[in-house]
Design a protein around this ligand. Structure first.
Ligand code: OVM
Length: 399
């Protein structure tokens, strides 16, 4: 592959929002990595980074590659965002730092310790209800059911109408791509979903001891205003369900495809936690998002102008052979340190501890009961602007 002259990026006509790409991104990732450290995507007039090193360089430099102009294709300085921007995801320091501290405290290991046993018993209960030796769809029964129960309980949102959380996440994450048909389909339910979400963010609707209430307690201490507290609670509801559901579904898919790796977790359920890290590397639920340049900047020999959108290809970085040995092999004993499945830098996933606790509880409960995880039919991939997962995952488990 020819490298572009110094200063100019390689260009590509790959469309990272086409059905072909989203159905199987990996061959396209390889082309994008091999084209150069920075690639100009002619169709969308944006830059893309697909190699591990420039992905980390971009995510590690928030002053140059900002989030305040949105982390989707839309530049908030030019286009009106579809909702009030997130006080975490779509902001920069110093505001981001203050808000992140508030939500970070609620999601700290110390704050989460008390949730562990309830996650384990919920996982045990859900796994006990799964059929032994008969086909079922793991997406609704396990991947979605688990975070809808434990995460929503942890935040303290009402039981009634919780499925709106999935629909809302679908809107939020599809909105990071172009205003295409996928985005429009996700938005079709907005009239029912958005008011439910907005209500669920209110103090009087949240349980008095959940993570949501903790954000309002921080508001009482003057850390943020009550209006800001509601928006920070909205971040829980935006980012906490679809992502974890995708993580669980992707884990099940990885194990169904790699029974030798499931045998290792079965032999040592303590491997569940490490195995989830490999799932995050190998089938990253949150595949891609954008940054916006605040100035002209040189990145590995390529010059990017100010106000340019840069597509950060998390899923491609996590399989970059420049960083990983045999990257297309799923190996639960691999050293996964340095994967960017939870992002990297100041915006790195603030919920990563609770996500790990959730998925570890599910995998450990499965490992205690089932020897075999097998596909019971072809899975249906989720074709989504930024998430990678399944709409249907027919499984057969065997004890
Ligand atoms: C938020 C938000 C929404 C989606 C994703 C995310 C991955 C955060 O509203 O803050 O982080």
């Amino acid at each position: 592959m020819l490298e572009a002259p110094r200063g100019a990026p390689a260009t590509s006509d790959i469309d990272p929002f086409s059905d072909a790409y989203l159905g199987d991104p990996y061959p396209f990732h390889q082309q994008l990595r091999d084209a150069g450290p920075v690639v100009w995507l002619a169709q969308w007039q944006v830059f893309a980074v697909a190699r591990a090193a420039p992905v980390k360089a971009v995510l590690g430099d928030w002053e140059t590659f900002c989030s305040g102009a949105g982390v989707g294709l839309a530049n908030f300085k030019v286009e009106t965002p579809w909702r009030t921007p997130s006080l975490l995801l779509e902001t920069d320091p110093p505001d981001h730092t203050r808000n992140r501290a508030v939500i970070g405290r609620a999601l700290s290991p110390a704050s989460l310790r008390g949730l562990k046993s309830s996650f384990e018993s919920a996982a045990e209960e859900l796994v006990a209800a799964l059929p032994d030796g008969a086909d079922f769809d793991a997406v609704p029964l396990l991947a979605e059911a688990f975070p809808l129960k434990v995460f929503a309980d942890a935040v303290g949102v009402p039981a009634e109408g919780r499925r709106h959380l999935l629909a809302y996440g679908n809107m939020v994450f599809n909105a990071m791509g172009p205003r295409n048909e996928r985005f429009e389909r996700a938005m079709a339910h907005a009239a029912q979903v958005v008011p439910w979400i907005e209500r669920a963010c209110q103090r009087d609707v949240l349980t008095p001891s959940g993570l949501g209430a903790q954000i309002y307690a921080a508001a009482d201490e003057g850390a943020v205003s009550a209006r800001e507290a509601a928006l920070i609670v909205r971040s829980f509801l935006s980012a906490g369900v679809d992502t974890t559901a995708a993580g669980i579904a992707n884990a099940l898919y990885c194990f169904a495809r790699n029974p030798d790796q499931w045998a290792r977790v079965r032999a040592d359920p303590a491997l569940a936690r490490a195995a989830f890290e490999e799932v995050l590397r190998f089938e990253s639920p949150f595949q891609a998002f954008f940054r916006t340049t605040t100035r002209e900047v040189e990145l590995e020999g390529t010059v990017l102008p100010a106000e340019a959108k840069v597509l950060v290809l998390i899923g491609a970085a996590n399989r970059d052979p420049r960083q990983w040995e045999d990257p297309d092999r799923f190996d639960v004993k691999r050293k996964t340190l340095g994967h960017v499945g939870f992002g990297f830098g100041i915006h790195g996933c603030v919920g990563q501890m609770i996500a790990r606790m959730e998925v570890e509880a599910v995998l450990a409960a499965l490992a205690r009961r089932f020897e075999r995880i097998a596909l019971a039919g072809p899975p249906t991939a989720l074709i989504h602007n930024t998430l990678r997962s399944f709409v249907r995952l027919p499984l057969r488990l065997g004890s």
